[in-house]
Design a protein around this ligand. Structure first.
Ligand code: SF4
Length: 698
C-alpha cells in the first residue's frame, strides 16, 4: 500500500519557537505525513505548518549540487529568475572546487584587509550544534565577532532589557504556566497566527478561569477569549505601560515585600512615573484613563500573573524601553519566580533561543558571556586553543552599513535571507551586491543566494540530527528522517570544511561531538547530555541534576545579576522614528501569516501552505478601504520614503483605521522594500512595526 509508512521517526517542528514534538511517517525515504507527539509544549497538537509543511525538502527547485557564479555575471536579483529553469547566472561545481573557491575568497579578503573585513550570519533555523560551529568559525577562523542572526530582527531588544534588568535573556516561565495564572497579559503578540499551539494553552487557561488581557493596536482571534482587550495607538506602548505603572505606584498596588527582597531602584521608578498619569497619557495612547486604571489594577491585584509579548513590543526604536516597562510591571507586583507568574517573550523561529544561547551574537560568547570580559575570553581561548578578539562585533543592520561603507567586504551567510528580511531592502540588496565575496549556504536559490559567488547546498531539518531550544528553554532532539538529496550536505559538515580551509584543525564526526564540546562552554547545558536527550527527547534548562527535570519557573530566590537583585529601568515615552504626516498618512506594520514562515523560502515551497495563502495581500479595516475608495481585492500601491510595492487589498475587521498590515514573505511584493531601518539604540533592532506610508489605487 503506497500510503502505509515503513518507518516512523520522532523529531521537532522546524517552524516556530513553540517547538512541537512530532513523528514523521516515512515510506521509501519520503515523508507521507506528520503526526503530533506528546511533547511538553504541544501535547500532541500541531498547527497547519507543522502538519502540512514538510514537502519543501523535495521541491523541484531544491539545491542538490554546489553552484558557482559564472564569470562576468553582475551581482543582483535576476529579473528573469525562474526556479524551474536552469540557472543562467551560475554553473554547477563539485564540492572540492566549490569549497575551495568559497574559502579562498574569504581568506584572501582577510589577508588583504584584516579580520574586520569579514562577517557571518548564522541561522536560527539550524541546530544548536550548527550555530555553535558557525560562531566558532567566525571567532576563531575569520578572527572577529562580526557574527549575528535573525534574533537581531526579532527579540534583540527584549534580550537587551532582560539582561539589563534580571540578568538573563531567556523566559522566566514556560507558556504552560499560563494554565496556573489568574491573569495573563498578551501584548504585541498574536499567538493564534505566530505561536498557534501556544495559543491553545491560552484558550485552555481562559476556559479554566484565567483572565486574558490582550493589549495591541490590532485585534486578534484571542480577543474572543479575552476578559479585556485594549486597542491602543500604534507606537504609544511606553506611554501606556508607564501610565499602568503610575496607577500601581499612586494606588500603592505594588508588592513591597517582594520589592525589598528581590529588587533595586524602585524608589527612582516611583518618582519617575509620578507625572505619567493615565489622564496625561490617555490621549497619546488612544485609550481612556479608566481603561488604563482597570487593566493596571487587574494585573497588580492578581495573585499570579504573567506577561507574554512578541514583536509588536520588540520591533520598535523604543523596543528595549517597551520590554523594560513590562519587566518593571512584573517586578513591582512581585509577579515572577512562582508558578503562574513570569515574563515570557514568545520566541519566533524554532531555534532562535538556542542559536542565541550558542553564541550567534556579536557582543557575547555562548551563554551571553561578554566578549569584552577577559576572563570569559580566556576560558574560550583555552577551550578552543586560540586567541579571541576583544571587540564586540557588528549587528545585522550595522553589517549592511559596513558593507556600504566599504569596510566589510566578504560574508558567509548560512540559512538566512537578508535580501528579504532586512529593512529598507533596496539598500540591503545594494550592500549584498557590493560584497567582493559572498558565500551562501541554503536549501534553495533564495533572494540572498542570487547575490552569491558560491552557493553551497545544505540540509533541510528532516534530513539531519541535531538539538534545538524552544521558547520555553526546552532543549529538544531532532532526528534525521530522510536522506539528503543529490550531493547536498549536512550544514555542520559544510561549516567544518570551510573551517579546515581557514587552517582550523576541526575533526567532528557527528553533531553529538559538537554538543559534547558545547557542554564545556555553556553552563546552561549542565546535566543535559546528547545521550539524555536521545532518551528523554526534551530537557528544560537550567537543570539541577542528571535525573531531575529542568526548571519550568526560575528566579524564585535570586536573579543572576551581580547583586542577586533585579533592577527597575525607568523609561520615557519616545515617538516612532518616522511619524505619519500629510504625505504619508497611514501606519505600515509588517509581520507573519499563519501559513507562511518568515521569508517564505520553505513554506512557499510547501504545496498545501502556499495553496492556502498564495499571494501577497495588504490588510485594511473595511472602513479604511471605503475611505480610500477601494474594494477588497483591488490592487493598491503602498509607498514609503524608501520604495513602493503593489499588491491586493484584503478587508480585515481586526485592523484599526489608519493602519495597513503586510506580511513579509512575498518576494513579488516584498514588504521590507518599505520598512524603516531606524534602530533601537540598545537592541539594534529595526522599527518593522511602524513606518509612515501612502496608499493609492494601482
Ligand atoms: Fe510547528 Fe509552531 Fe505550529 Fe507547533 S505551533 S506545529 S512548532 S509552527
Amino acid at each position: 500500500d503506497s500510503k502505509v509508512a515503513d518507518k516512523t521517526v520522532d523529531s521537532v517542528c522546524p517552524y516556530c519557537g513553540v517547538g512541537c514534538q512530532l513523528t514523521y511517517h516515512i515510506k521509501d525515504d519520503e515523508i507521507l505525513f506528520v503526526e503530533g507527539r506528546d511533547g511538553p509544549s504541544n501535547q500532541n497538537r500541531l498547527c497547519v505548518k507543522g502538519r502540512f509543511g514538510f514537502d519543501y525538502p523535495r521541491h523541484p527547485s531544491r539545491l542538490t549540487v554546489p553552484l558557482v557564479r559564472r564569470e562576468g555575471v553582475p551581482k543582483g536579483l535576476d529579473p528573469a529568475f525562474d526556479p524551474a529553469k536552469p540557472l543562467s547566472h551560475f554553473r554547477e561545481a563539485n564540492w572540492d572546487e566549490a569549497l575551495d573557491l568559497a574559502a579562498k575568497g574569504l581568506v584572501e579578503l582577510k589577508d588583504a584587509h584584516g579580520p574586520d573585513a569579514l562577517a557571518g550570519f548564522g541561522s536560527a533555523k539550524c541546530s544548536n550544534e550548527e550555530a555553535w560551529l558557525f560562531q566558532k568559525l567566525v571567532r576563531t577562523g575569520f578572527g572577529s565577532n562580526h557574527v549575528d542572526h535573525c534574533t537581531r530582527l526579532c527579540h534583540a531588544s527584549s534580550v537587551a532589557a532582560l539582561m539589563e534588568c534580571i540578568g538573563s535573556g531567556a523566559v522566566t516561565a514556560s507558556f504552560m504556566q499560563a494554565l496556573e495564572a489568574d491573569v495573563v497579559i498578551l501584548t504585541g503578540c498574536n499567538p493564534t497566527v505566530n505561536h498557534p499551539v501556544a495559543a491553545t494553552f491560552f484558550k485552555q487557561a481562559a476556559k479554566r478561569g484565567t483572565r486574558l488581557i490582550v493589549i495591541d493596536p490590532r485585534g486578534q482571534a484571542l480577543g474572543a477569549y479575552a476578559h479585556k482587550a485594549l486597542r491602543f495607538t500604534p507606537g504609544s506602548d511606553v506611554s501606556l505601560f508607564n501610565a499602568m505603572l503610575n496607577v500601581i505606584v499612586t494606588e500603592e498596588l505594588y508588592d513591597q515585600t517582594y520589592i525589598d527582597a528581590h529588587t533595586e531602584g524602585f524608589e527612582a521608578l516611583k518618582e519617575h512615573v509620578r507625572d505619567l498619569t493615565p489622564e496625561a497619557m490617555a490621549e497619546s495612547c488612544g485609550v481612556s484613563a479608566e481603561e488604563i486604571r482597570a487593566v493596571a489594577r487587574e494585573y497588580a491585584n492578581a495573585d499570579k500573573a504573567m506577561i507574554f509579548w512578541g514583536m509588536g513590543i520588540s520591533q520598535h526604536v523604543h523596543g528595549t524601553d517597551n520590554a523594560r516597562c513590562l519587566i518593571s510591571l512584573a517586578l513591582a507586583c512581585g509577579q515572577t519566580g512562582r508558578p503562574g507568574t513570569g515574563l515570557h517573550p514568545l520566541r519566533g523561529q524554532n531555534n532562535v533561543q538556542g542559536a542565541s544561547d550558542a553564541g550567534l551574537i556579536p557582543m557575547v560568547m555562548p551563554d551571553y558571556q561578554p566578549v569584552s570580559d577577559a576572563q570569559v575570553r580566556s576560558a574560550f581561548e583555552e577551550l578552543w586553543n586560540t586567541k579571541l578578539d576583544d571587540k564586540p562585533g557588528l549587528t545585522v543592520v550595522e553589517i549592511m552599513e559596513a558593507i556600504n561603507a566599504g569596510t566589510i567586504k566578504g560574508m558567509y551567510i548560512q540559512g538566512e535571507n537578508p535580501a528579504m528580511s532586512d529593512p529598507d531592502l533596496d539598500h540591503a540588496r545594494a550592500a549584498l551586491a557590493k560584497l567582493e565575496h559572498l558565500v551562501v549556504q541554503d536549501l534553495f536559490v533564495t533572494e540572498t543566494a542570487q547575490f552569491a559567488d558560491v552557493i553551497l547546498p545544505a540540509s533541510a531539518w528532516p534530513e539531519k540530527d541535531g538539538t534545538v531550544t524552544n521558547t520555553n528553554r526546552q532543549v529538544q532532539m531532532g532526528r534525521q528522517a530522510m536522506p539528503l538529496p543529490g550531493e547536498a550536505k549536512p550544514d555542520w559538515w559544510i561549516i567544518q570544511e570551510i573551517a579546515k580551509r581557514f587552517g582550523l584543525p576541526w575533526n567532528y564526526r557527528h553533531p553529538r561531538e559538537v554538543f559534547a564540546e558545547m557542554t564545556h562552554g555553556m553552563p546552561s547545558l549542565d546535566h543535559i547530555s546528547w545521550e539524555r536527550l536521545e532518551r528523554e527527547d526534551s530537557v528544560t534548562y537550567p537543570c539541577p541534576a542528571d535525573d531531575a527535570p529542568g526548571a519550568d519557573v526560575v528566579f524564585s530566590d535570586a536573579f543572576p545579576t551581580a547583586s542577586g537583585r533585579a533592577k527597575f529601568s525607568p523609561t520615557l515615552p519616545l515617538p516612532p522614528d518616522e511619524p505619519i504626516d500629510g504625505d504619508y498618512p497611514t501606519v505600515l506594520t509588517t509581520g507573519r501569516q499563519l501559513e507562511h514562515w518568515h521569508t517564505g523560502s520553505m513554506t512557499r515551497r510547501a504545496r498545501v501552505l502556499d495553496d492556502l495563502e498564495p499571494e501577497a495581500v495588504a490588510s485594511l479595516a473595511p472602513s479604511e478601504l471605503r475611505r480610500l475608495g477601494l474594494e477588497p481585492g483591488d490592487p493598491v500601491s503602498i509607498t514609503t520614503r524608501r520604495g513602493q510595492i503593489t499588491l491586493r487589498t484584503r478587508a480585515d475587521s481586526l485592523m484599526p483605521e489608519g493602519m495597513v498590515f503586510v506580511p513579509f514573505c512575498y518576494a513579488e511584493a516584498a514588504a521590507n522594500i518599505l520598512t524603516n531601518p531606524a534602530l533601537d539604540p540598545y537592541g539594534k533592532i529595526p522599527e518593522f512595526k511602524y513606518a509612515a506610508c501612502r496608499l493609492t489605487r494601482a
